[in-house]
Design a binder for this molecule. Sequence first.
Ligand code: FUB
Length: 376
Amino acid sequence: MNIATQGRIYSLLFAAITLLFTGCQGKKTDDDSNVGKDSLAADSAVKKLPRPVSEPLVTHIYTADPSAHVFNGRIYIYPSHDIESNTPQDDEGGHFDMKDYHVLSMDSVGGKVTDHGVALDIKDVPWAGRQMWAPDAAYKNGKYYLYFPAKDKKDVFHIGVATSSSPTGPFKAEPNYIKGSYSIDPAVFTDTDGKSYMYFGGIWGGQLQRWTNGNYDSAGSKTDLQKDSLPAIGPRVALMSSDMLSFASPVREIKILDPEGKPLLGGDHDRRFFEAAWMHKYNGKYYFSYSTGDTHYIAYATGSSPYGPFTYQGVILNPVVGWTNHHSIVEINGRWYLFYHDSVFSKDKTHLRTVKVTELKYRPDGSIETLDAYYK
Ligand code: FUB
């Protein structure tokens, strides 16, 4: 089944389920917004949507794929900047045709959110052709680094890096993408020993299934390996160089195991990795979290090394309105938060999303409570 068909079926199912909810659309938080006005006018559809537990951080632009960090005591969010585009919807997400990044910031969760404007534009990235997807950021050596996937001029995804002296940019892109990088959704994690790692990859439109031999196979599958009884494709990890501009190790595939120690299989769509990697550390343990894509969960797996293997533990966030589910997890003043997105604000235009935040809770045994983005 292709991504568009899956998306339509999922939207229909979700609409049916949400008829059971009596809630109404969350109110807009920004009266100056021009975004979503047309879609909000269709009131009957609005009533079918579940009532969100969180409001969008901003509504004057569409934002998605939030990577949140605390730098110098302030919260910075590095999202994708979703736009309406003329690119027709296709099986590989061509309609996610984003062209720049904005940085958002706030001094506390619930505080005023500032949009710092365009931090990097695709026209200033020499190697990039189209589709600036989910970014991340890091700080080291007095510099801020913006990591971002984009398709090169041959339509192959790679991961680029851009630098700035400020967390809000503007960022200056390196002339070429990171050598050895491929696919999408970089997440850069700096461990307590100062070493930084990039986690990345995404199947289907993210092209990870076309890199099984270390080279891009343009004739490869549009979805996955199509071998359901074999181990699923794993996300990738590489050690970052000390200047944060390149990989200092070969790219490694990460193993995600079931609780019996067996690799999750390609057919296990409820649990296998799809895209949207994130890494955080809690009580000395490594928590690798990710989206299951076509089953729409944010799931997590834990391990004792940044390279894995990681053992599947459960779901952090149940499916949200829209096809994609993407997140980041960050500690802010001793509490933990999940940044995520959904398409409630644009209703079922799944490529137009808004970024949200909610608190995340650990149980005493270190497991994470499953969150719902909507009131029941
Ligand atoms: O925003 C474009 C893509 O959609 C991201 O790279 C994926 O993680 C999914 O959210």
